[in-house]
Design a protein. Structure first.
Length: 406
């Protein structure tokens, strides 16, 4: 879950010895890294976090926490990084530490509740959302992107703050209660969400689903029709309306929180083949919101992002695909190619080397790694890889050998 924060890292009072510094860190920290403050480590972590370099950011948050073990904001953003990398259990642990350090830490509780929901622990999610509604309001400087990857709605470019959060909380608690078969509680909650925000079409979709389960089909149809008035091309509202009207399989009513990505994945794949990359990205986004977390979906979206020039976004998606599937060689290759485009030859070299652990006869990867070695001025290693690529049948390597290995 990507979070944008205006207040990053505050210097604390408790200081201890730092851990060993990360393998790579900015030149600003190169001198006497163990003497750097927790605030400095955290601020550099936030720079990486803002660039979606979550794995690297975690290393800096680790340093900040080592210097200040009660540093709640470092735990909070480290949790977000872990969540974005798919390590849900570790993220949950960090959110729980946040709540231990500050029982009124609304942002952490909100994130923890959403994560419980994504992990299908609906009882814990319901309890957390209920606690959120009871907590006193206090100033917050955290802003959440509304198209979070496990939510019930997608609003491109939209944001909401926790100061105006109650509609979302009621909506999420409604979804959790529906999963727990508490239809009366679910209906009361979604009614509250609509009262607070009557302009969100997805609230009407979810209320329609509750009403269908209560056998109130005419009332459900009215909700789907209202969703379509607010969002005329809303596929979920249209689909559910057709189900009630008998035009689709009655066993396939869907809500925005249900896992129903195949339609969007199929359409995204077709768009990708047609080189309609922006359209493909939009459909992959929707599939992910609906619960698809397969490595192939992240890989394909990363490829589409790469094609439209969003190289940092592509790297993020390839990295997530690799995290989900450790031997995903195509993801390593594509990420390596993006690093190569960015002239980050050392990182490209590392990715190509990972691939060759599994694919020892991949001529293309030997060729690419040879070029990376060349730009890193490793002439001997470059020539070795290029000659290996030629031996494996890559005729294009001949020109590079003639130029580099004279």
């Amino acid at each position: 879950m990507k979070i944008l924060a205006f207040l990053f890292c505050l210097l604390g009072n408790l200081v201890s010895f730092a851990q060993e510094p990360p393998t790579y860190f900015p030149k600003k920290l190169a001198e006497n890294p163990n003497q750097r403050s927790a605030e400095e480590w955290c601020n550099f972590a936030m720079e990486l976090y803002a660039q979606d370099q979550f794995a690297e950011a975690i290393r800096y948050f680790d340093q900040a926490i080592a210097q200040k073990p009660d540093y709640k904001m470092a735990y909070f953003y480290r949790a977000s990084c872990k969540e974005d990398l798919g390590d849900k259990s570790a993220a949950l642990t960090d959110y729980q530490i946040c709540m231990h350090l500050d029982p009124l830490f609304v942002e952490a509780l909100f994130s923890k509740a959403l994560l419980h929901y994504k992990m299908q622990d609906f009882q814990s999610a319901e309890q957390d959302f209920s606690k959120l509604l009871r907590l006193p309001r206090r100033e917050t400087q955290t802003v959440y992107y509304q198209n979070v990857s496990y939510g019930n709605e997608k609003v491109i470019g939209g944001i909401f703050t926790l100061q105006s959060r109650n509609a979302e909380i009621y909506n999420y608690r409604s979804l959790a209660r529906m999963k727990l078969q508490d239809l009366g509680g679910a209906l009361a909650d979604i009614d509250s969400a609509i009262m607070l925000n009557p302009h969100n079409p997805n609230y009407y979709i979810n209320r329609g689903l509750v009403k269908v389960r209560q056998d109130k089909k005419e009332s459900a149809m009215a909700d789907y029709e209202q969703a379509l008035r607010l969002s005329p091309e809303n596929a979920l509202a249209l689909y559910n309306l057709q189900v009630i009207q008998g035009k689709s399989d009655a066993n396939k009513l869907i809500s925005f929180e249900d896992k129903f990505p195949p339609f969007y994945i199929k359409r995204a794949n077709e768009a990708l083949k047609s080189k309609l990359f922006s359209q493909a990205i939009a459909d992959y986004d929707t599939a992910m919101i609906l619960g698809d977390e397969s490595p192939n979906t992240f890989y394909n979206r990363g490829y589409a992002k790469e094609k439209i020039g969003n190289l940092q976004g592509a790297i993020k998606d390839y990295t997530t695909a690799i995290h989900l599937k450790q031997d995903f060689t195509n993801a390593y290759i594509q990420r390596g190619n993006v690093y190569f485009k960015q002239k980050k030859f050392e990182k490209a070299l590392q990715d190509y080397t990972h691939v060759l652990l599994w694919e020892k006869s991949n001529a293309n990867v030997f060729y690419n790694r040879g070029l990376a070695h060349h730009y890193l001025k490793n002439r001997e290693a470059a020539c070795e890889d290029l000659k290996k690529a030629q031996e494996l049948g890559m005729t294009e390597a001949q020109k590079a050998i003639a130029s580099i290995c004279k």
